[in-house]
Ligand binder design. Sequence first.
Ligand code: HEC
Length: 108
Amino acid sequence: MTRSLFPEIRLRFVRFAVPMLLACGAAQAADTQKGRQLYVTYCAVCHGESGRSTMAGAPNFDRGESMLRSDASLLAAIRAGKNANPAFQGILKDREILDVIAYLRTLN
Ligand code: HEC
């Protein structure tokens, strides 16, 4: 009984978990080109097109400010917003925010 269970579990993993991971984008590389377009549309007005901030208090991404942290931590911060930094939850999908983060990492 227990011996025949293992291949069954493996089959389930291949049939369900793998497509689910792909659908979630976990196995997908971030797209910096899309990230750049989103950055120009949603972020550049305050953070500057080149990452040099145009607004007092906004981090300069061209100097890597606020960037010494994981993608997960940045994703949470960008979703939530803080003071004058708008919350992007409901405006951008997580996938899109991750594309923006990948682009931010190219600015410094
Ligand atoms: C209206 C101006 C404005 C826009 C638009 C804006 N930001 Fe900001 N951002 C700020 C300001 C100001 C801060 C500093 C907030 C603070 O610490 O009080 C900030 C902080 C941040 C931080 C650091 C947050 C932290 O918790 O340390 C990140 C990351 C960030 N912005 C990313 C983005 C991204 C990505 C976008 C576009 C999707 C964006 N911001 C759009 C003004 C803006």
